[in-house]
Ligand binder design. Structure first.
Ligand SMILES: Cc1ncc(COP(=O)(O)O)c(C=O)c1O
Length: 342
Protein backbone atom coordinates (compact mmCIF):
# COMPACT_ATOMS: atom_id res chain seq x y z
CA UNK A 1 0.00 0.00 0.00
CA UNK A 2 1.22 3.40 -0.89
CA UNK A 3 1.26 5.88 1.94
CA UNK A 4 1.86 9.48 1.11
CA UNK A 5 1.78 11.60 4.18
CA UNK A 6 1.04 15.23 3.65
CA UNK A 7 1.06 17.50 6.62
CA UNK A 8 0.53 21.19 6.36
CA UNK A 9 1.16 21.85 9.99
CA UNK A 10 4.45 23.61 10.51
CA UNK A 11 5.26 24.76 7.03
CA UNK A 12 5.06 28.28 5.74
CA UNK A 13 2.32 27.66 3.24
CA UNK A 14 2.47 31.20 1.91
CA UNK A 15 5.84 30.60 0.29
CA UNK A 16 5.78 26.93 -0.69
CA UNK A 17 3.30 25.52 -3.23
CA UNK A 18 0.86 23.14 -1.55
CA UNK A 19 1.74 20.27 -3.88
CA UNK A 20 5.29 20.40 -2.53
CA UNK A 21 4.42 21.02 1.10
CA UNK A 22 2.10 18.12 0.97
CA UNK A 23 2.67 15.28 3.41
CA UNK A 24 -0.91 13.87 3.79
CA UNK A 25 -1.73 10.26 4.40
CA UNK A 26 -3.25 8.93 1.22
CA UNK A 27 -4.81 5.71 2.27
CA UNK A 28 -8.03 6.04 0.41
CA UNK A 29 -6.92 6.02 -3.20
CA UNK A 30 -7.55 9.77 -3.47
CA UNK A 31 -5.82 12.30 -5.64
CA UNK A 32 -5.08 14.66 -2.76
CA UNK A 33 -5.52 15.17 0.93
CA UNK A 34 -5.17 17.52 3.83
CA UNK A 35 -4.43 16.88 7.49
CA UNK A 36 -5.98 19.12 10.13
CA UNK A 37 -6.06 19.56 13.88
CA UNK A 38 -9.06 17.30 14.59
CA UNK A 39 -11.77 15.22 13.02
CA UNK A 40 -14.22 18.07 13.59
CA UNK A 41 -11.84 20.48 11.82
CA UNK A 42 -11.85 18.05 8.89
CA UNK A 43 -15.65 17.73 8.81
CA UNK A 44 -16.35 21.45 9.23
CA UNK A 45 -13.73 22.41 6.64
CA UNK A 46 -14.96 19.85 4.09
CA UNK A 47 -18.61 20.82 4.52
CA UNK A 48 -18.03 24.57 4.38
CA UNK A 49 -15.92 24.04 1.25
CA UNK A 50 -18.85 22.21 -0.37
CA UNK A 51 -21.89 24.16 0.84
CA UNK A 52 -22.84 27.73 1.61
CA UNK A 53 -25.76 29.89 2.57
CA UNK A 54 -29.00 28.64 1.00
CA UNK A 55 -27.73 25.08 0.55
CA UNK A 56 -29.16 21.92 2.02
CA UNK A 57 -27.62 18.69 3.30
CA UNK A 58 -28.85 15.21 4.12
CA UNK A 59 -27.44 13.20 6.99
CA UNK A 60 -28.53 10.58 9.52
CA UNK A 61 -29.08 11.14 13.24
CA UNK A 62 -26.74 8.34 14.35
CA UNK A 63 -23.51 10.14 13.51
CA UNK A 64 -20.83 11.35 15.91
CA UNK A 65 -22.52 13.82 18.33
CA UNK A 66 -20.13 16.64 17.36
CA UNK A 67 -20.99 16.25 13.67
CA UNK A 68 -24.69 16.18 14.57
CA UNK A 69 -24.26 19.40 16.58
CA UNK A 70 -22.41 21.10 13.71
CA UNK A 71 -25.14 20.24 11.20
CA UNK A 72 -28.11 20.68 13.53
CA UNK A 73 -27.20 23.81 15.51
CA UNK A 74 -24.23 25.65 14.01
CA UNK A 75 -24.52 25.45 10.22
CA UNK A 76 -28.13 26.75 10.17
CA UNK A 77 -26.72 30.05 11.54
CA UNK A 78 -24.77 30.29 8.28
CA UNK A 79 -27.76 29.34 6.12
CA UNK A 80 -26.96 25.63 5.64
CA UNK A 81 -29.87 23.37 6.63
CA UNK A 82 -29.69 19.62 7.20
CA UNK A 83 -32.44 17.00 6.97
CA UNK A 84 -31.81 14.00 9.21
CA UNK A 85 -33.26 10.84 7.71
CA UNK A 86 -32.81 7.10 7.92
CA UNK A 87 -30.20 6.74 5.18
CA UNK A 88 -30.46 2.96 5.19
CA UNK A 89 -33.69 3.59 3.26
CA UNK A 90 -32.98 4.95 -0.24
CA UNK A 91 -36.57 6.11 -0.64
CA UNK A 92 -36.22 8.31 2.45
CA UNK A 93 -33.10 9.87 0.99
CA UNK A 94 -34.85 10.46 -2.32
CA UNK A 95 -37.80 12.11 -0.56
CA UNK A 96 -35.44 14.37 1.42
CA UNK A 97 -33.59 15.65 -1.67
CA UNK A 98 -34.39 19.29 -2.45
CA UNK A 99 -33.35 21.39 -5.46
CA UNK A 100 -30.68 23.01 -3.25
CA UNK A 101 -29.29 19.76 -1.76
CA UNK A 102 -25.51 19.89 -2.13
CA UNK A 103 -24.19 17.19 0.18
CA UNK A 104 -25.10 13.80 1.60
CA UNK A 105 -22.99 13.13 4.69
CA UNK A 106 -22.66 9.52 5.82
CA UNK A 107 -20.97 7.66 8.61
CA UNK A 108 -20.74 3.94 7.92
CA UNK A 109 -20.77 2.05 10.21
CA UNK A 110 -22.84 4.66 12.02
CA UNK A 111 -22.17 5.90 15.51
CA UNK A 112 -23.11 4.22 17.84
CA UNK A 113 -25.71 1.99 16.21
CA UNK A 114 -23.39 0.38 13.65
CA UNK A 115 -25.91 0.71 10.81
CA UNK A 116 -24.46 0.36 7.34
CA UNK A 117 -25.09 2.86 4.55
CA UNK A 118 -25.12 1.49 1.01
CA UNK A 119 -22.42 3.87 -0.17
CA UNK A 120 -22.53 2.65 -3.79
CA UNK A 121 -26.29 3.09 -4.20
CA UNK A 122 -26.38 6.39 -2.33
CA UNK A 123 -23.52 7.76 -4.46
CA UNK A 124 -25.34 6.70 -7.67
CA UNK A 125 -28.51 8.42 -6.51
CA UNK A 126 -26.62 11.55 -5.41
CA UNK A 127 -24.63 11.89 -8.62
CA UNK A 128 -27.78 11.79 -10.74
CA UNK A 129 -28.75 15.01 -8.90
CA UNK A 130 -25.31 16.60 -8.83
CA UNK A 131 -24.98 16.03 -5.07
CA UNK A 132 -21.62 15.29 -3.44
CA UNK A 133 -21.24 12.37 -1.04
CA UNK A 134 -18.98 12.77 1.97
CA UNK A 135 -18.19 9.69 4.07
CA UNK A 136 -16.74 9.82 7.57
CA UNK A 137 -14.59 6.69 7.41
CA UNK A 138 -13.26 6.94 10.98
CA UNK A 139 -14.82 3.68 12.18
CA UNK A 140 -13.88 1.57 9.17
CA UNK A 141 -10.48 3.00 8.17
CA UNK A 142 -8.63 0.29 6.19
CA UNK A 143 -11.69 -1.92 6.15
CA UNK A 144 -13.55 0.24 3.64
CA UNK A 145 -12.68 2.40 0.64
CA UNK A 146 -15.59 4.83 0.19
CA UNK A 147 -14.04 6.52 -2.88
CA UNK A 148 -13.92 3.17 -4.69
CA UNK A 149 -17.60 2.76 -3.80
CA UNK A 150 -18.41 6.10 -5.43
CA UNK A 151 -18.11 8.67 -2.62
CA UNK A 152 -16.53 12.01 -3.54
CA UNK A 153 -14.87 12.92 -0.27
CA UNK A 154 -13.68 11.03 2.81
CA UNK A 155 -13.08 12.60 6.21
CA UNK A 156 -11.33 11.00 9.16
CA UNK A 157 -10.85 11.66 12.80
CA UNK A 158 -7.19 10.58 12.90
CA UNK A 159 -7.54 10.92 16.69
CA UNK A 160 -8.95 7.39 16.48
CA UNK A 161 -7.55 4.41 14.54
CA UNK A 162 -5.17 6.28 12.25
CA UNK A 163 -3.09 7.37 15.24
CA UNK A 164 -4.31 4.56 17.47
CA UNK A 165 -2.73 5.46 20.79
CA UNK A 166 -5.08 8.04 22.39
CA UNK A 167 -2.35 10.69 22.40
CA UNK A 168 -3.09 12.81 19.33
CA UNK A 169 -5.94 14.90 17.99
CA UNK A 170 -5.96 15.17 14.22
CA UNK A 171 -8.25 14.95 11.22
CA UNK A 172 -7.96 14.40 7.49
CA UNK A 173 -9.86 15.14 4.29
CA UNK A 174 -9.22 13.35 1.01
CA UNK A 175 -10.74 13.90 -2.42
CA UNK A 176 -9.77 15.32 -5.77
CA UNK A 177 -7.13 18.03 -6.05
CA UNK A 178 -9.59 20.80 -6.95
CA UNK A 179 -11.69 20.06 -3.90
CA UNK A 180 -8.67 19.85 -1.62
CA UNK A 181 -7.56 23.26 -2.94
CA UNK A 182 -10.99 24.59 -1.90
CA UNK A 183 -10.51 23.01 1.55
CA UNK A 184 -7.06 24.62 1.83
CA UNK A 185 -8.70 27.97 1.12
CA UNK A 186 -11.28 27.43 3.91
CA UNK A 187 -8.67 26.01 6.27
CA UNK A 188 -6.42 29.04 5.79
CA UNK A 189 -9.29 31.28 6.83
CA UNK A 190 -10.63 29.18 9.70
CA UNK A 191 -7.40 27.75 11.07
CA UNK A 192 -7.38 24.18 12.26
CA UNK A 193 -3.81 23.34 11.32
CA UNK A 194 -2.11 20.38 12.92
CA UNK A 195 0.92 20.97 15.13
CA UNK A 196 4.25 19.33 14.36
CA UNK A 197 4.43 16.92 17.30
CA UNK A 198 0.96 15.56 16.64
CA UNK A 199 1.83 15.21 12.96
CA UNK A 200 4.91 13.17 13.88
CA UNK A 201 2.97 11.01 16.34
CA UNK A 202 0.31 10.41 13.71
CA UNK A 203 2.86 9.23 11.17
CA UNK A 204 4.40 6.95 13.79
CA UNK A 205 1.01 5.52 14.78
CA UNK A 206 0.15 4.82 11.16
CA UNK A 207 3.12 2.50 10.81
CA UNK A 208 1.18 -0.16 12.74
CA UNK A 209 -2.27 0.63 11.35
CA UNK A 210 -2.52 -2.57 9.31
CA UNK A 211 -1.49 -4.78 12.23
CA UNK A 212 -3.74 -2.98 14.67
CA UNK A 213 -6.81 -3.11 12.43
CA UNK A 214 -6.39 -6.82 11.87
CA UNK A 215 -6.36 -7.37 15.64
CA UNK A 216 -9.25 -4.94 16.27
CA UNK A 217 -11.32 -6.79 13.66
CA UNK A 218 -10.58 -10.20 15.22
CA UNK A 219 -11.08 -9.13 18.84
CA UNK A 220 -14.32 -7.23 18.20
CA UNK A 221 -15.76 -10.16 16.25
CA UNK A 222 -15.05 -12.48 19.21
CA UNK A 223 -16.51 -9.98 21.69
CA UNK A 224 -19.64 -9.46 19.55
CA UNK A 225 -20.19 -13.23 19.26
CA UNK A 226 -19.69 -13.69 23.01
CA UNK A 227 -22.05 -10.84 23.97
CA UNK A 228 -24.63 -11.97 21.43
CA UNK A 229 -25.10 -15.16 23.43
CA UNK A 230 -24.96 -13.50 26.87
CA UNK A 231 -28.17 -13.65 28.97
CA UNK A 232 -27.68 -10.09 30.35
CA UNK A 233 -27.54 -8.58 26.87
CA UNK A 234 -30.65 -7.60 24.97
CA UNK A 235 -29.00 -6.81 21.64
CA UNK A 236 -25.57 -6.49 20.04
CA UNK A 237 -24.93 -4.14 17.13
CA UNK A 238 -21.93 -5.28 15.09
CA UNK A 239 -21.90 -5.63 11.30
CA UNK A 240 -19.68 -8.72 11.53
CA UNK A 241 -22.51 -10.69 13.16
CA UNK A 242 -24.58 -12.76 10.75
CA UNK A 243 -27.62 -11.59 12.74
CA UNK A 244 -26.87 -7.92 11.89
CA UNK A 245 -29.70 -6.89 9.53
CA UNK A 246 -27.20 -5.48 7.02
CA UNK A 247 -24.46 -8.08 7.37
CA UNK A 248 -24.57 -8.92 3.65
CA UNK A 249 -24.25 -5.25 2.67
CA UNK A 250 -21.40 -4.80 5.15
CA UNK A 251 -19.63 -7.85 3.71
CA UNK A 252 -20.00 -6.41 0.21
CA UNK A 253 -18.35 -3.09 1.02
CA UNK A 254 -16.05 -3.86 3.97
CA UNK A 255 -13.19 -6.32 4.32
CA UNK A 256 -13.36 -6.34 8.11
CA UNK A 257 -15.84 -4.87 10.56
CA UNK A 258 -13.64 -2.81 12.87
CA UNK A 259 -13.21 -2.63 16.62
CA UNK A 260 -16.36 -0.74 17.65
CA UNK A 261 -19.61 -2.36 18.66
CA UNK A 262 -22.63 -1.40 20.71
CA UNK A 263 -24.67 -3.49 23.06
CA UNK A 264 -28.02 -2.92 24.73
CA UNK A 265 -28.08 -4.17 28.30
CA UNK A 266 -31.16 -5.73 29.86
CA UNK A 267 -32.43 -3.33 32.53
CA UNK A 268 -32.03 0.41 32.94
CA UNK A 269 -29.56 3.04 34.10
CA UNK A 270 -28.67 1.16 37.26
CA UNK A 271 -27.55 -1.90 35.23
CA UNK A 272 -25.63 0.37 32.84
CA UNK A 273 -23.90 2.10 35.78
CA UNK A 274 -22.99 -1.21 37.38
CA UNK A 275 -21.53 -2.50 34.14
CA UNK A 276 -19.52 0.69 33.52
CA UNK A 277 -18.22 0.67 37.08
CA UNK A 278 -17.30 -3.00 37.09
CA UNK A 279 -15.20 -3.27 33.94
CA UNK A 280 -11.49 -3.07 34.75
CA UNK A 281 -9.72 -3.50 31.45
CA UNK A 282 -12.02 -1.08 29.59
CA UNK A 283 -11.34 2.58 30.28
CA UNK A 284 -14.35 4.89 30.34
CA UNK A 285 -13.78 7.38 27.51
CA UNK A 286 -15.76 9.05 24.74
CA UNK A 287 -13.00 8.27 22.25
CA UNK A 288 -12.46 5.08 20.28
CA UNK A 289 -10.01 3.37 17.97
CA UNK A 290 -7.13 3.07 20.36
CA UNK A 291 -4.94 0.09 21.24
CA UNK A 292 -6.60 -0.02 24.66
CA UNK A 293 -10.24 -1.03 25.10
CA UNK A 294 -12.63 1.86 25.80
CA UNK A 295 -16.24 2.01 26.95
CA UNK A 296 -18.93 4.71 26.97
CA UNK A 297 -22.66 5.19 27.34
CA UNK A 298 -23.59 7.27 24.26
CA UNK A 299 -26.64 9.06 25.76
CA UNK A 300 -24.51 10.22 28.71
CA UNK A 301 -21.47 11.26 26.68
CA UNK A 302 -20.97 11.41 22.90
CA UNK A 303 -24.68 11.83 22.13
CA UNK A 304 -25.57 13.81 25.24
CA UNK A 305 -26.48 16.90 23.20
CA UNK A 306 -28.52 15.04 20.61
CA UNK A 307 -32.21 15.83 21.25
CA UNK A 308 -34.44 12.90 22.17
CA UNK A 309 -36.37 12.88 18.85
CA UNK A 310 -33.12 12.47 16.91
CA UNK A 311 -31.84 9.79 19.28
CA UNK A 312 -35.04 7.86 18.63
CA UNK A 313 -34.63 8.39 14.87
CA UNK A 314 -31.04 7.20 15.09
CA UNK A 315 -31.91 4.19 17.28
CA UNK A 316 -29.72 5.43 20.14
CA UNK A 317 -31.23 3.93 23.29
CA UNK A 318 -30.55 4.79 26.98
CA UNK A 319 -29.37 1.23 27.76
CA UNK A 320 -26.85 1.29 24.91
CA UNK A 321 -23.16 0.95 25.74
CA UNK A 322 -20.48 1.41 23.09
CA UNK A 323 -17.30 -0.63 23.25
CA UNK A 324 -14.13 0.15 21.37
CA UNK A 325 -12.38 -3.19 21.53
CA UNK A 326 -8.63 -2.81 21.79
CA UNK A 327 -5.74 -5.05 20.82
CA UNK A 328 -5.28 -6.71 24.23
CA UNK A 329 -5.30 -10.48 24.63
CA UNK A 330 -8.81 -11.60 23.73
CA UNK A 331 -9.09 -13.86 26.80
CA UNK A 332 -8.38 -10.87 29.07
CA UNK A 333 -11.08 -8.84 27.30
CA UNK A 334 -13.67 -11.62 27.51
CA UNK A 335 -12.85 -12.38 31.15
CA UNK A 336 -13.26 -8.72 32.04
CA UNK A 337 -16.66 -8.49 30.34
CA UNK A 338 -17.74 -11.75 31.98
CA UNK A 339 -16.85 -10.60 35.50
CA UNK A 340 -18.54 -7.21 34.90
CA UNK A 341 -21.75 -8.78 33.62
CA UNK A 342 -21.92 -11.51 36.26
C1 LIG B 1 -16.89 9.04 13.67
C2 LIG B 1 -16.26 10.28 14.22
N1 LIG B 1 -16.03 11.31 13.39
C3 LIG B 1 -15.47 12.46 13.84
C4 LIG B 1 -15.13 12.61 15.17
C5 LIG B 1 -14.51 13.90 15.63
O1 LIG B 1 -13.16 13.71 15.75
P1 LIG B 1 -12.21 14.60 16.70
O2 LIG B 1 -12.47 14.15 18.09
O3 LIG B 1 -10.84 14.22 16.21
O4 LIG B 1 -12.56 16.01 16.44
C6 LIG B 1 -15.36 11.57 16.05
C7 LIG B 1 -15.01 11.72 17.47
O5 LIG B 1 -15.31 10.91 18.30
C8 LIG B 1 -15.94 10.38 15.57
O6 LIG B 1 -16.21 9.35 16.39
Amino acid sequence: MVLFVIILSNLDTSTIPFSKTAKIAELEGAEAGLVLSSGMAATSTAITALAGSGDHMICHADVYGGSFGLFHSLLPKFGIQTSFVNVTDLEEIEKAIQPNTKVIFLESPSNPTMRICDIRKIADLAHQRNIQVVVDNTFAVLNQKPLELGADVVVHSCTKYLNGHSDVMAGAIVGNQTFINDCIDVFRKLGGNLNGIDAWLLIRGMKTLGLRMQRHNENAQRVAEYLNEHPEIEKVHYPGLISHPQHALAASQMKGYGGVLSLELKGGQSEVDQFLNRVRLFTRAVSLGSVESLITQPVAAVHYNVPEEFRVLGGITPNMVRLSVGVEDIEDILNDLEQALR
